[in-house]
Design a protein around this ligand. Structure first.
Ligand code: GLA
Length: 400
């Protein structure tokens, strides 16, 4: 090879690799290829977290069949931390976690699950515990040394911080540890994280304020702040965000309330079906030790979970709405469709999905399968129609 040619190749090679020296994102590449599934302490237990509780839930996740159904991350939300020491090191609550975090993470790993934790981009967490601001690289190293696989990073007490820059900073800190860690951006949709979450290496981002364990409604909190959201209010806020989701980066309409007592079994089935059609992260938040078999059957319905976890990674969308009746559609990798017929009304109604609404020609014959009764309902041409009970769904897989 001529010398000039060799010099050119080396120079081009350097130019191509230069950005990789500046920031190595390869560590977190390939994470969350499908929406993360797991269990988190917050929705049921709030600040009442402990080593004992997390071990018990880890065991229950295995025993209930949820691990086999795909649930993977056991995440401790707010309130595990109490202060920082003189070196700035985060201090774990010694009463609630007497042996520290590493043995707990080891326990979660020993049963084949992954371990997640929570902090905040601001000076304090939402419950007033020490936040991560100014300690990002130090905390990331601590988390990596404990064996953390997933970090939920909240947005309280951030005053004038820039959201995009703050989350890019914690992603860089996590990657610098060399440990692949899923980054869950919990910024509640204020700065439209769907527009930049993927670029800063976020694997999922909350799109709304916190979910509450009730059917619907959006109300100001008693102290005036916005807002307390029922499940269907959260659902409505997902409309229009579909195109921002895909493998490695998901819209997060918040964690599941299934089994927490504020909705009926029928309503929880609707909640779970709609989250699956949204390709939402499926993070359960109920007491797994004492759930009824109906609740367990909802959380472990493998046909519904397969819709959520479909490798194509398309988020479903609402394709038809008239009053209280809706049709939601999600494209599946094998060319089939997952369809939810949804009735928000107070009495049973007939709901129809027409093939044109889901991208099929009208003459097509397709097998319709009910994903809750696990039965094929037959072959239909052009449309499928069925009564849907109040606050219920019919969740279908339609295969040509
Ligand atoms: C915020 C988040 C919740 C939860 C709490 C913890 O409200 O949105 O999901 O993490 O903080 O304090």
């Amino acid at each position: 090879m001529k010398r000039s040619c060799f010099v050119l190749i080396v120079t081009l090679g350097l130019l191509v690799t230069l950005p990789a020296w500046a920031e190595d994102n390869s560590v977190s590449e390939g994470l969350a290829a499908t929406p993360p599934m797991g269990w988190n302490t917050w929705n049921k237990f709030h600040c009442n977290v402990s080593d004992e509780l997390v071990r018990a839930m880890t065991d229950a996740l295995v025993k209930s069949g949820m691990k086999d159904a795909g649930y993977q991350y056991v995440v401790i939300d707010d309130c595990w931390q109490v202060s920082r020491d003189q070196t700035g090191q985060i201090v774990v609550d010694p009463n609630r976690f007497p042996s520290g975090m590493k043995p707990l993470a080891d326990y979660v790993h020993s049963v084949g699950l992954k371990f997640g934790i929570y902090s905040d981009a601001g000076a304090k967490t939402c419950a007033g515990r020490p936040g991560g601001l100014g300690h990002e690289y130090q905390d990331a190293l601590t988390y990596a040394s404990w064996g953390v696989d997933y970090l939920k990073y909240d947005w309280c007490h951030t005053t004038t911080q820039d959201a995009r820059a703050s989350y890019a900073n914690i992603r860089a800190a996590l990657d610098a540890t060399g440990r692949p860690i899923v980054l869950s951006i919990c910024e509640w949709g204020k700065a439209k994280p769907w527009l930049w979450g993927k670029e800063v290496g976020g694997n999922l981002w909350r799109t709304t304020d916190d979910i509450q364990d009730r059917w619907g409604g959006k109300e100001k909190w008693p102290h005036g702040g916005c807002c307390s959201n029922g499940m269907t209010a959260i659902l409505d806020e997902q409309v229009g965000l579909e195109s921002y989701a895909g493998p490695g980066h998901w819209n997060d309409p918040d964690m599941l309330e299934v089994g927490n007592g504020g909705m009926s079994t029928t309503e929880y089935r609707a909640h779970f079906s709609l989250w699956a059609v949204l390709a939402a992260p499926l993070i359960a938040g109920n007491d797994l030790r004492s759930m009824t078999s109906e609740i367990r059957d909802i959380l472990t319905n493998k046909e519904v979970i397969a819709i959520d976890q479909d490798p194509l990674g398309r988020e479903g969308r609402r394709v038809w709405k008239q009053g209280d009746l809706e049709v939601w559609n999600k494209e599946i990798q094998d060319g089939s469709r997952a369809v939810v017929l949804f009735n928000r009304g107070s009495s049973a109604e007939q709901v129809t999905v027409a093939w044109e609404q889901i991208g099929y020609p009208g003459h097509l014959a397709a097998v319709v399968r009910d994903l809750w009764t696990h039965k094929d309902l037959g072959k239909f041409v052009g449309k499928f129609s069925s009564p849907v009970e109040s606050h219920a769904v019919l969740m279908l897989r339609i295969s040509p």
